[in-house]
Design a protein around this ligand. Sequence first.
Ligand code: PFF
Ligand code: NA
Length: 454
Amino acid sequence: MSNLPSGNRDSFSSKFGVIAAAAGSAVGLGNIWKFPYIAGVYGGAAFLFVYLAFILAIGLPVMLSELIIGRSSRKNAFGAFKVLAPGTPWRYIGILGVGAAFLILSFYGVVAGWSIEYIVLSLKNGFSAKSPDEIGLLFTTLIESPVKPVIFQLIFMVLSAGIVIVGIQKGIEKYTKILMPLLVIILVFLCVKSVSLEGAKAGLNFLFKPDFSKLTADGILSALGHAFFTLSLGMGTLITYGSYIQKDNNLVNTVINVTVADTVIALMAGIAIFPAVFAFGIEPSQGPGLIFVTLPNVFHQMPGGYVFSILFFVLLSVAALTSSISILEVVVAYFKEEFNMGRKASTILATVLISILGVLCSLSMGVLSPYTFMGLNIFDLMDWISANLFLPVGGMFIALFVGWYLGRKKVKEEVAQGGTLSGALLSIFMFLVKFIAPIAIAIVMLNNFGLLKF
Ligand code: PFF
Ligand code: NA
């Protein structure tokens, strides 16, 4: 029995199911919507390289750490620390994670709602015969409206809740097996089209030719925050998913597969978008609307663009869904296991609470836009606090926990089940989680808050 999850907890039935679910969580709006938009804000290539460095030095080890914590404890993000480190304050990391899940899903649902609205617009052929400026205006009008985006957002939240109630494994596997490759194929077409536009070269230069003098403390922190966000790290999502992983799964392979898939898809999104941004004279640093005002122009000019556009926004919405359920699951597993609530009741409670905050995020694009804090509206604030504060801090403690509290022997035991990690690789991993990751995170954060200047 020791190889099976205890009690009646769910578990993934196949090895593929685990990778599928973790990849489904990782690949989402973060890759296709957020990565190009923040790369655009922070100057392109320089941001990209810092982000890639953080993925390698921090993302990979923290992902493995989360899976180790989850699988060895078989608990939610909060309960895991209570089991592994009873009577210690480590469990507050779990609380931070639940908080981050809450904030992230509140604005994530808004963007997913836009994506659904764009399916409808695509069906109605709503972008044809429009200039780039008109397409930009269409987007602004749409997100500022107080009703429609909220409705689409709530539809998305209800869909997410429905899947979480039924149980997370069902459906995810199918999506990742069939639809994710389809998303990749569409991205390939988009990349080819975008790169062959007149003036595309400037976009490729922007994305790949770094000018490190453009790098700011803010940009570095955002690259760090995004490395966590895009890999679904720092808040216990992969602790929760790890708790459903069977002992014969090779954790190291899972980590590598998921990270590579996520990074490749983000890069493809960048290649699909920036050449077009420059070709159409769109402002790369315009913010959250970047893909929504750029891609319709590309679809316009593609043979079969009508169909591509519908397919693209359907797949983007589905990708958002497989991520949102993993975010929701963090909160649900916490309610369920710590307050002894049923799955259905916890899901409904979590969804209602998150949706209330989410509606405020949506309205902050329009009627609530005068309400700002540090110059950020509610939407941007939730994004900033969760990605740039909660996730890196959560990730830092997760790394410290595995490095110093669990220790080498326990790590070795856990990864040895279903896989191997050579002594040298294990040493590198331990060095990264004990020193490199926590110190780098601390420096980046202190530097951003002006507490440390270098
Ligand atoms: N990784 C997802 C994306 O890139 O869209 C977003 C996300 C999912 C963030 C799950 C955090 C998380 F726990
Ligand atoms: Na991602």
